[in-house]
Design a protein around this ligand. Structure first.
Ligand SMILES: Cc1ncc(C[n+]2csc(CCOP(=O)(O)OP(=O)(O)O)c2C)c(N)n1
Ligand SMILES: [Mg+2]
Length: 692
């Protein structure tokens, strides 16, 4: 109706032929989806999976002071967890710096097969609910189209004026407090203007009108007649001319240019996106004398890097987290900005609260709302970073899925400009949940990530702080991906200088020379690893073996970029078979110590020549309140298990390794006993350093 669709898809011309093509392709095999899929210009929000409209809208409004985002919430949708929690977006919008969101609850009474909860509470309860959330609700209720259009138009006008006056007041006074933003409750019949009744069943104003209300028009002539009469009730001959073109009077009602819904540049965010101004990540290098001798919190230097990214991009970069930015050791950010807070403040908040009404770190204990805000922010052309506890990343599995699908389709649409990647730091990982235990252990988010299309997914497991910095820099520069970075926040051994880290991370997988002793020869075994703790244990196992069997030739391989393991036929980062064979050999045993569930490595590498010799260790759901070493032993990713795995698999050790094997088993028992007696790991484990 406003022409933007035909501009992008000229074959959907504004005439009879174009209309016919458009109607045929709608929700038709080989055609376009029935939701606001990426193919639909003007959309950043497909809406197929319900629950994210308010958080997306809020992300779009951030740092867009002139933008008003109208967000239509289904009354069924509003029963979902993500939507229910996202009514709180009004506590995250700064009336000076941000735009506004106008939620419109479409209270049509029904979902697919049920009444909605909110449609059957009293008017008073409904009003109290939204007042309780901090909104000023406006009610538009009725079923007479003419008067309802007028009522809605008048209410929208009033809401716009209210929003503008809130903003004006805040902007003139310079004081940002939380206003009572307006919201609209639009109570109309479901299936409004459809046939009232079909075959004795109520249709209009009932759930039976959901989606395909007349399912058998092809076989049932009476139904076909219903459909025809219904469509004719809109009087198409008054709306279109003989050519099938919308009459001029209606065409002229639409705004022009970028004001058109389908041409809004915010909904094709790459049009507006500017690259981040990035400091040189090398400046944040963790320096040390010898590799494997010094510990550092891996995420802390990245916090300093993010601080300076923030400092240089105070209008286009935000950091999101469900209450854990400090816990994840990214609190250097607070030197340049604070956590957004526009609610009441108490004097004690000044003591480490780090709250401010112009803060750019967004925290709310809702992974859904944080992820949704970030998606909305990215899709409208900005940049961001979300950190979350590993186990609870599963809370947003489904949102990850939907965003990945969105990006996959956008890749097929040349008119959709690239948006910044969604950067997800998965931290507080499974291997260091000393006092939280089993509930906080679950490295399975990566299994979800691997399901999605290769061109939009990246997984990085940097083994130390310098690798994490290198990976983070790469991710912040990238476009159209979801980058998942797994890195624990606790102190860990540091292995690579910045120069070495850059080379290692650029390659994604490489042999660590100092840990290996197979130089110039065929190795007897390949010790491979991915992830910080698994790398440390693999190194410790290598050291044990090299001490015990000086003739044993070990090749030590570390993987940062997990998709290197997949074939280059499956993933753009995948190693060619030739390179894979070169690193992992075609016939030697490989012991692979992995951060996550072991199957994932098999899943990625199952076509490789040497797959039958690939033995993977990883998390096997043996969790509890454990010391790190005990947890590693219980899941068999510890140094002793790995060393035993090598003895069991290298032919020449099978006979001679029995004594060492006994020794390693005894060590495991001793470690466990010590942990249970003293409550921490043995000093020689805690203070272990690379000995060569
Ligand atoms: C998260 C999620 N769960 C279930 C569905 C399946 N579903 C599609 S539409 C619908 C009912 C939606 O009702 P409402 O939000 O009131 O929308 P409307 O009445 O406007 O159709 C459901 C359950 C879905 N799309 N997303
Ligand atoms: Mg409904």
């Amino acid at each position: 109706m406003e022409g933007s669709y035909s501009e992008i898809y000229p074959e959907k011309s504004q005439d009879l032929q174009g209309l016919q093509r458009f109607f045929k392709e709608f929700s038709f095999p080989g055609g376009i989806g029935s939701h606001c899929t990426p193919e639909t210009p003007g959309s950043i929000h497909e809406g197929g999976e319900l629950g994210y409209v308010l958080s997306h809208a809020c992300g779009a409004a951030f740092d867009n002071p002139d933008l008003i985002v109208a967000a239509v919430v289904g009354d069924g949708e509003s029963e979902t967890g993500p939507l229910a929690t996202s009514w709180h977006i009004n506590k995250f919008l700064n009336p000076i710096r941000d735009g506004a969101v106008l939620p419109i609850l479409n209270l049509n009474g029904y979902k697919i097969n049920n009444p909605t909860l909110l449609a059957r509470v009293s008017h008073q309860e409904l009003e109290d609910l939204f007042k309780g959330y901090g909104y000023t609700p406006y009610f538009v209720e009725g079923s007479d189209p003419e008067s309802m259009h007028q009522a809605m138009a008048a209410t929208l006008d009033e809401c716009m004026q209210r929003i503008r006056s809130i903003q004006r007041e805040a902007r003139e006074s310079g004081v940002a407090s939380r206003p009572r933003w307006p919201m609209i409750v639009l109570r109309t019949p479901k299936g409004w203007t459809s046939p009232v009744e079909v075959d004795g069943h109520r249709l209009e104003g009932f759930w039976r009108s959901h989606q395909v209300p007349l399912a058998s028009v092809r076989k049932n002539t009476a139904h076909l007649k219903f459909l025809e009469d219904w469509m004719r009730s809109y009087k198409p001959e008054e709306l279109f001319d003989a050519n099938g073109t919308l009459v001029a009077e209606l065409r002229e009602m639409a705004p022009s240019g970028n004001r058109r819904m389908g041409a809004n540049p915010h909904a094709n965010g790459g049009l507006l996106k500017k690259s981040l101004r990035l400091p040189d990540f090398r400046e944040y290098e963790v320096k040390f004398d010898q590799p494997g001798q010094t510990e550092a919190d891996n995420t802390r230097p990245m916090g300093a890097f993010l601080r300076d990214v923030m400092k240089s991009n105070m209008q286009s970069f935000r950091v999101f987290g469900p209450d854990e930015t400090t816990s994840n050791r990214l609190d250097a950010l607070y030197e340049v900005t604070k956590k957004f807070w526009i609610e009441e403040s108490f004097p004690e908040d000044a003591d480490g609260g780090e709250l401010a009404s112009d803060g750019r770190v967004m925290e709310m204990l809702s992974e859904h709302t944080m992820e949704g805000m970030l998606e909305g922010y990215l899709l409208t052309g900005r940049h961001g970073f979300l950190s979350t506890y590993e186990a609870f990343a599963h809370v947003i599995d489904s949102m990850f899925n939907q965003h990945a699908k969105w990006l996959s389709i956008c890749n097929l649409l040349p008119w959709r400009q690239n948006v910044a990647s969604l950067n997800l730091l998965i931290t507080s990982t499974v291997w260091r949940q000393d006092h939280n235990g089993f509930t906080h252990q679950d490295p399975g988010f990566l299994d979800v990530v691997v399901n999605k299309r290769a061109e939009v997914t990246r997984i990085y497991l940097p083994p130390d702080a310098n690798c994490l910095l290198s990976v983070a820099d790469h991710c912040l520069r990238s476009e159209n991906y979801i980058n998942v970075i797994v890195s624990d926040k606790q102190p860990h051994l540091q292995y690579l200088t910045m120069e070495q880290a850059i080379t290692h991370c650029s390659r994604g997988v490489s042999i660590w020379g100092p840990a290996s002793n197979d130089q110039g020869q065929e190795p007897d075994v390949v010790m491979a690893c991915a992830g910080d703790i698994p790398t440390q244990e693999a190194l410790a196992a290598t050291a044990l073996l090299r001490n015990e069997f000086p003739d044993l030739k070990i090749r030590f391989v570390n993987v940062v970029d997990l998709f290197k393991l997949q074939s280059d036929r499956e993933h753009p980062h995948g190693l060619s078979d030739r390179d894979f064979d070169g690193l992992f050999t075609t016939d030697k045993p490989i012991v692979f110590n992995f951060h996550g569930y072991p199957w994932l490595i098999h899943r990625l590498a199952y076509t490789r020549t040497n797959h039958r010799n690939l033995h993977v260790r990883g998390y096997k759901e043996r969790g509890n309140i454990n010391t790190p070493m005990e947890l590693a032993i219980n899941n068999e990713i510890d140094r002793f298990t790995l060393a035993i795995d090598v003895i069991d698999r290298v032919p020449k050790l099978k006979a001679t390794g029995a004594h060492a094997k006994e020794k390693f088993r005894n060590e495991q028992i001793a470690c466990r006993r010590y942990a249970h007696e003293v409550g921490i790991d043995r000093p020689d484990i805690v203070d272990w350093r690379w000995p060569f």
